[in-house]
Ligand binder design. Structure first.
Ligand SMILES: [Zn+2]
Length: 128
C-alpha cells in the first residue's frame, strides 16, 4: 500500500516571496535602438536618450540579431534554390509546349495544304 505524502514547502503555509525581484524596463519609453560605444569612456549608451546600457546586454542583443540574420540568409538561400528549380521546371515545360505547338501547327498546315491540293486536283480533274 502506498501512502500519499504531501509536503508543504511554504514556511508557515505563507506564499513564497522571490529572493530577487526584477524591476522591468519601462517599455513605453525609449527602446534604446541606437547604441553608442564610447571608445574613450569605455561605455555603451543609448544614442537616443543617453541612458547608460549594460554592455553584455548589448552584445547579447547583437548576437541574437546576428543569429536571426544568419537564419534568414540560410532560409533565403534555400528559397532561392527552390525558386531556381521551379524556374528550370517551368522553362522545360515552356519549351515542351512550344515544341508541341510548332508540331501541331505544322501538322495543321500540312493537312490544309493537302486539302487545298486535293480540291485543286478535283477541280482540275473536273475541268480536264
Ligand atoms: Zn534610449
Amino acid at each position: 500500500m502506498s501512502e500519499l505524502i504531501t509536503v508543504d514547502f511554504r514556511p508557515d503555509g505563507r506564499d513564497i516571496e522571490p529572493a530577487l525581484r526584477v524591476k522591468r524596463r519601462d517599455y513605453a519609453g525609449c527602446q534604446h535602438h541606437q547604441t553608442l560605444v564610447s571608445e574613450e569612456l569605455r561605455r555603451v549608451t543609448c544614442a537616443d536618450c543617453g541612458e547608460l546600457l549594460d554592455p553584455v546586454e548589448v552584445i547579447l542583443l547583437w548576437a541574437r540579431e546576428w543569429s536571426r540574420y544568419a537564419d534568414a540568409v540560410k532560409y533565403l538561400r534555400m528559397e532561392e534554390e527552390h525558386k531556381r528549380r521551379e524556374l528550370a521546371h517551368l522553362l522545360r515545360r515552356m519549351r515542351n509546349v512550344r515544341a508541341t505547338i510548332r508540331r501541331d501547327l505544322k501538322r495543321e498546315q500540312e493537312r490544309v495544304r493537302d486539302r487545298v491540293n486535293t480540291s485543286v486536283g478535283y477541280r482540275e480533274q473536273a475541268r480536264g
